[in-house]
Design a protein around this ligand. Structure first.
Ligand code: GAR
Length: 206
């Protein structure tokens, strides 16, 4: 049997992407293969980090129209027979057409996931940790969810609370989030690699 092939999409630092790369390497290439890391930002540190870890990278920058951008990305996904997309700090929305096309290639299964640093539906979008911190919330968390065309709105798969200690500053709290994100995302990657039935999702008909 061939390995499960995944693509990681990231726009920034790439701590989640690199945690996934390390986990995939630990699990072995027969089980799971990170085919490439894709970024939409030429300055994203994740590109160099991935290359240093021996992972192929692609840069597909913002285009004047979304359709052209997405068809370039779809071409890569097709070329590498990608089974799963893991969004790891990818700060672009995917269109309904894109998601539908990818789902169609996988017999209707939903195989795009995202990790987000809040207990969705609270604090979707950008700067979620800082916004919760500035609001003085004592408990926020991490959400792993399927991706739809909305902003962090797909079906929730896993959530874990991240509590805030009195003395924690924003940097310390952020670090707590990252630790939880990396652990939850790597656990999910392992399930995907092992072909666990827990990772088989189909869109619920309304
Ligand atoms: C992570 O905290 C991730 O959950 C968040 O961006 C950060 C990327 O960090 N994603 C979102 O906010 C998606 N809406 P990283 O580049 O170090 O993985």
């Amino acid at each position: 049997m061939r390995p499960v092939r995944i693509a990681l999409f990231a726009s920034g630092t790439g701590s989640n992407a690199m945690a996934l790369v390390a986990k995939a390497q630990e699990l072995s290439k027969e089980k799971i293969d990170v085919a490439f890391v894709l970024s939409d930002k030429s300055a994203a540190p994740v590109l160099e980090k991935a290359q240093n870890a021996g992972v192929r990278t692609y840069l597909v920058e913002k285009k004047t129209d979304r359709k052209t951008h997405e068809s370039e990305v779809l071409k890569l996904l097709r070329e590498y027979h990608i089974d799963w997309i893991f969004l790891a700090g990818y700060m672009r929305l995917l269109s309904a057409d894109f998601i539908q096309q990818f789902r169609h290639w996988h017999a209707g299964a939903e195989q795009i996931v995202n990790i987000h640093p809040s207990l969705l539906p609270a604090y979707p979008g950008v700067d979620s940790i800082a916004r919760a911190f500035n609001d003085g919330v004592k408990e926020s968390g991490v959400t792993l969810h399927l991706v739809d065309e909305g902003m962090d709105t797909g079906r929730v798969l896993v959530q874990e609370i991240v509590s805030r200690k009195e003395e924690a500053n924003l940097a310390k709290w952020t670090q707590q989030f990252h630790e939880v994100e990396h652990r939850l995302y790597c656990q999910f990657l392992e399930k995907v690699a092992l072909g666990s039935q827990d990772t088989v999702y189909f869109k619920e008909t309304p």
